[in-house]
Ligand binder design. Structure first.
Ligand SMILES: [Zn+2]
Ligand SMILES: [Zn+2]
Length: 143
């Protein structure tokens, strides 16, 4: 996968995801579920990130001290999660992409916040919020 087109439901936000897939997380944290109306956020990270094309509808919401959530202000589509200030290395809502062949979930994250109303499948490793944060801190030490 070199570049794949993505867009929101109404088309006021269009973009391309670039480079090889790196990770595909299903995040079960309470904020993702609140934004998505009850389901996990399934986010794709690629090696070269996102090139924004049309941004008429794109709005960033600062949901926490670390992260911003990008959505379309017209149709309400969940689009991106990014570390604050990040310009292209976004986690992209996989349901916005025109092609998903070959993609497979790499982990379920924030499993300790998963709700009682669905059961987590065992199709990928489970990581708690604390494990995700520790891995992130470790990865920053090696940069
Ligand atoms: Zn839209
Ligand atoms: Zn989340």
């Amino acid at each position: 996968m070199k570049e794949v087109a993505g867009k929101c439901l109404c088309g006021e936000v269009t973009f391309r995801v670039c480079g090889a897939p790196v990770e595909l997380h299903a995040c079960h944290c309470s904020m993702c579920r609140q934004q998505n109306g009850g389901s996990a956020f399934i986010g794709l990270h690629t090696a070269e990130g996102v090139k924004l094309k049309k941004t008429d509808g794109l709005t960033w919401y600062q949901a926490s001290e670390h992260g911003d959530r990008g959505f379309c202000k017209t149709c309400g589509a969940t689009l991106f999660w990014r570390m604050q200030g990040e310009e292209k290395d976004f986690s992209v809502s996989v349901g916005t992409l025109a092609e998903t062949q070959g993609l497979k979930l790499t982990s379920h994250i924030f499993t300790d916040e998963a709700p009682h109303y669905y059961t987590l499948p065992d199709d990928a490793p489970h990581k708690t919020g604390a494990q995700v944060l520790n891995e992130f801190i470790e990865s920053q030490k090696h940069v």
